[in-house]
Design a protein around this ligand. Structure first.
Ligand code: KG4
Length: 334
């Protein structure tokens, strides 16, 4: 079954052709350079660029796969969550294609697709497993009982880990996308020089990153007021270490309590070098199998949408022409 998948939830216009767990083509048109000028994604600009680019991106995905539109068996699209205007472009384009080709339309939840990026890399990976999904807008720990059956055991009560890293980077003068640049510049953490708080949450596996973000902002402002230069590589490493401490602590405790020996990482922040290396070492030490996507599949792409779409299709999740985009939707929706 060849699935043409479309992703436009934020600032990447992407399309791919997927057959099972094989990527036949994957095209990503990123708007990073344009949003960089504003220090973050400007939603209206994102929607306009998706509108301009989507047709060419989809055409290229078909051409790169060496097929024609007539070979497509289904259209998959990210319908939630994300920037509403951006999502609507992909959803409406996908509806038009589904209608004109006479093939089914499969709606895909953005975070489910981030998890599914792992299926493209790890051909033997099957639920059940414990998954830590960390991106710019979300941070959650889920039990993936089956491909379309998710139980949330913890999630952020305020900011996502990616938001904390992005805004910390911005206050330190690093350019957008901040999390990536913070990871590149970070050297060795120094908690004596830059003490940062450990956030507390009522839920054992919940997260909170807004206090940490504010602490970094205050650290920079206080230094500025006193005329003291910030050691950016050290502060960057200290924030990164704190975020990783929290993510790794919760994940390992949950794996132990729920009895999972398979741990999966997903989302844009799963590209973080410290998170990957420390979790790899901890999992080796404790005897867990750890899976994470290759770097090219950590950020937003359409290949992961197609990967999840196959399982949505098998579970009967097919949309009709009334499909709408939704800005917020929990991963365990039915
Ligand atoms: O999953 P994603 O591409 O978009 C969302 O769905 O949110 O994640 C984007 C997030 C941004 O916060 C970005 O700064 C972060 O992933 N990110 C990183 C790294 N690469 C991307 N954060 C830390 N270290 C990285 N290497």
């Amino acid at each position: 079954m060849k699935i043409l998948s479309i992703e436009s939830s934020c600032d990447e216009t992407a399309a791919a052709v997927i057959e099972g767990r094989e990527i036949l083509s994957s095209v990503i048109n990123t708007q990073v350079a344009e949003h960089k000028k504003y220090g973050g994604v400007v939603p209206e600009i994102a929607s306009r660029r998706h509108s301009e680019n989507i047709s060419a991106v989809v055409d290229k995905a078909i051409a790169d796969a060496g097929i024609t539109y007539a070979d497509i068996d289904a259209i998959a699209v990210t319908h939630a969550p994300g920037l509403i205007g951006a999502l609507l472009v992909g959803v409406n384009f996908a509806k038009g294609l589904s209608l004109s080709l006479g093939v089914p339309l499969i709606p895909v939840h953005h975070l489910r697709s981030h998890i599914a990026a792992n299926y493209l890399e790890h051909k033997d990976l099957k639920p059940p497993f414990l998954c830590l999904t960390v991106s710019g807008g979300n941070t959650l720990l889920t039990v993936v009982r089956d491909y379309t059956d998710f139980e949330i055991i913890g999630q952020t009560q305020d900011d996502a880990a990616g938001e904390c890293l992005d805004k910390s980077a911005r206050i330190m003068g690093l350019s957008y996308p901040g999390g990536v640049n913070l990871d590149k510049i970070a050297t060795v953490a120094d908690t004596a020089k830059y003490p940062l708080p450990t956030p507390h949450t009522a839920g054992k596996y919940d997260f909170s990153f807004s206090g940490l973000k504010t602490a970094v902002v205050n650290t920079v402002h206080n230094a500025e007021q006193k005329g003291i230069a910030i050691d950016v590589p050290v502060l960057a490493a200290t924030v990164r270490q704190k975020v990783c401490d929290i993510l790794i602590d919760h994940t390992l405790k949950a794996a132990d309590e729920f009895g999972f020996d398979k741990i999966v990482l997903a989302g844009g922040v799963s590209a973080n070098s410290e998170l990957r290396s420390r979790l790899t070492a901890e999992c080796e030490r404790l005897g867990y199998s750890l899976y994470y996507p290759p770097l090219k599949l950590c950020g937003d792409n359409a290949a992961m949408v197609g990967a999840q779409a196959l399982y949505e299709w098998e579970s009967g999740n097919i949309a009709d022409m009334s499909l709408n985009a939704t800005a917020t939707l929990q991963i365990n929706y039915r």
